[in-house]
Write a protein that binds this ligand. Structure first.
Ligand SMILES: Nc1ncnc2c1ncn2[C@@H]1O[C@H](COP(=O)(O)OP(=O)(O)O)[C@@H](O)[C@H]1O
Ligand SMILES: [Mg+2]
Length: 337
């Protein structure tokens, strides 16, 4: 196959996207595919420049908003269509995370081009990026999710409807960027101010104590359930991207019926948002044994040690094969259309 990997972009998760691309490119090439790379913020990356262009390391904090705004000026989304490596690819592999790469914008541009691309379509991507809409659809599908309110909201309403602590987060972000746990009502306003730097819609959600679980979905089937034990109180940016800052256990140590239930809820969440190809569904599991769906990631991290690849590996699908099956799912989805 001729695969063009789209990566980079201008979201807060740009560095993570590049880390995914490096490994996807290597895995697909080692399986005999011809692979080209495009940074959606900078353009086509010739193979001789890949080592330099794809050397982003993921730091303990995301790139600053100012840095990302600078990149936004050079944005190339509207001219993607003019690139021969995009138009002539058999499939476009989206090694993009967050922002326009994951929210349906890139997907809508690619729908117009009629080139098959990996992951979910424009509508599903947009629904999954919007945590408020996602949670409404989870609820309709019978998938449990924590109670929530949208800002602006008074402290009295929060005390009444959610209790404390709460988690304040941008409705459309990722990588735990702009998210805070608020234990005391006095800390609500600064948390909302922080979240609103990343999205004009801010969510206030009941804090769910307990364990953190994640389940990969591939070809409409649930892969292995994994447990994440972060060093910090929550699975924050540093714990997500710094080796050694979280213990990740695949498969999770759960009774068989809890594993089955978690996989069934993961698949129901994936379908509720009308997702395609693959995704990764995140849950909390309370000490009382109740699951609560946090969100579905339509373009989860794709380094060989990222959570979806671990979930796949524990289900018998090694990384190279996973990358290839994600491409095949894209071709199958486009045939259906
Ligand atoms: N309601 C909640 N209760 C407990 N922890 C939460 C809650 N919401 C988020 N978290 C913690 O914050 C992390 C990131 O939250 P999430 O909603 O998945 O946003 P993101 O899209 O940034 O990953 C979760 O993995 C979890 O550790
Ligand atoms: Mg998450």
């Amino acid at each position: 196959m001729n695969v063009t990997v789209l990566t980079g972009g201008t979201s807060a998760e740009r560095d993570v996207a590049i880390a995914s691309a490096v490994q996807v490119v290597g895995a697909l090439r080692s399986r005999g595919h011809r692979v080209a790379v495009v940074d959606t913020a900078a353009g086509f990356v010739p193979e001789r420049d890949e080592a330099r262009a794809l050397n982003a390391t993921v730091g303990a904090t995301p790139p600053s908003i100012e840095h990302l705004v600078g990149l936004e000026r050079g944005v190339l989304l509207s001219s993607l269509a003019t690139l021969p490596v995009v138009r002539n690819a058999d499939v476009l592999f989206l090694a993009l995370h967050g922002g326009r790469g994951e929210d349906g914008t890139v997907q809508a541009v690619l729908d117009v081009l009629e080139v098959p691309y990996t992951g979910s379509g424009a509508l599903g991507s947009a629904l999954a990026m919007d945590k408020d809409l996602s949670k409404r659809l989870f609820t309709l599908a019978g998938v449990p999710t924590a109670a929530w309110l949208m800002a602006p909201v008074s402290r009295a309403t929060i005390s009444d409807r959610l209790g404390w602590p709460v988690v304040v987060k941008p409705s459309k972000q990722g990588s735990t960027v702009g998210l805070s746990i608020v234990k005391h009502p006095d800390d609500l306003a600064p948390a909302i101010e922080l979240a609103s730097r990343y999205d004009d819609e801010v969510m206030v959600e009941a804090f769910v104590p307990g364990r953190e679980l994640t389940v990969g979905i591939l070809h409409d089937r649930a892969l292995a359930v994994g447990e994440i034990i972060p060093r910090h109180e929550i699975f924050d940016y540093e714990c997500k991207y710094t080796p050694g800052m979280a213990v990740e256990i695949f498969p999770a140590d759960l009774p068989p019926d809890a594993t089955d239930q978690c996989q069934a809820l993961a698949l129901a969440s994936h379908r509720a948002l009308k997702l395609g190809g693959y995704s990764r569904v995140d849950f909390r599991l309370t000490p009382a044994g109740e699951f609560s769906c946090l969100e579905v990631n339509t373009l989860p991290g794709m380094t060989a040690t990222s959570l979806l690849p671990q979930s796949a590996a524990a289900a018998g699908v090694p990384f190279g094969e996973l990358c290839e099956r994600i491409c095949q799912a894209a071709l199958a989805r486009c045939k259906v259309r």
